[in-house]
Design a protein around this ligand. Sequence first.
Ligand code: SAM
Length: 241
Amino acid sequence: VSTARRDTGRVVLEGLHALKHALRFGAAVDGAWTPDRARLLALVDELAPDLAPRVADLVHEVDAATWAALAPHGLPSPCLAVAPRPATTPDEVLAGAGPRPVVLLEEPRHLGNLGAVVRVAAAADAGGVLTTGPSDPWAPGAVRGAAGLQFAVPTARASALPESDRPLVAIDPEGEPLDAAALPSGAVLAFGTERHGLSPALLERADLRVRIPMRAGISSLNLATAVAVVLYTTEPAGASQ
Ligand SMILES: C[S@@+](CC[C@H](N)C(=O)[O-])C[C@H]1O[C@@H](n2cnc3c(N)ncnc32)[C@H](O)[C@@H]1O
């Protein structure tokens, strides 16, 4: 686990929810560790009985001192796991999404927010999530915020948004009111950084600028909330099934 935290080819899954979704969406989990095997397996029976045999095979019990070193900040449930990180590139995310929208986060700062975006993108069956900037969408904090759903929606970090044929829609409090019918199919939906919003360069490049109407006096929605509103306007969950 300690080595995997420094390895960009690996993902550290903190807590049972992250492990559960990773397994359900195809992760080839290397192993899982817990300080209390009986308690973890009881939780699995309760929350994810479909995975009980697989978790029982994967999990190793460690002593309290080892656990404290592996999870010094505590975890929501007594489980840590490691899996290989899918090697999806930004170009592959854009090429593979078909008519489904791709979410672009420009320089998100807060890993919990980033994870919440991945979680709603997976739930709404978006085509992918791209990020720019220093925050790693596969960092343990982002994976925890997403409950491991990076494995359910192609997720990659880019140095900048690659060129593509997809329409670029800037989601920005200064845009035109959101109108589902006016949003192009297969768009890249771009959301700005928590503090400063979208960059002038991205706003300049966008084909369309759209706002989510808000009551007077309110400056903006939380980033992940804004993504949820727009995705569920454009892409009802399960629409592609
Ligand atoms: C917390 S907001 C950034 C606030 C920033 N001060 C601004 O004015 O853009 C983060 C991102 O969420 C999206 N967002 C939040 N509220 C929005 C709204 N009412 N309409 C459109 N986008 C919104 C935008 O993409 C924004 O860049």
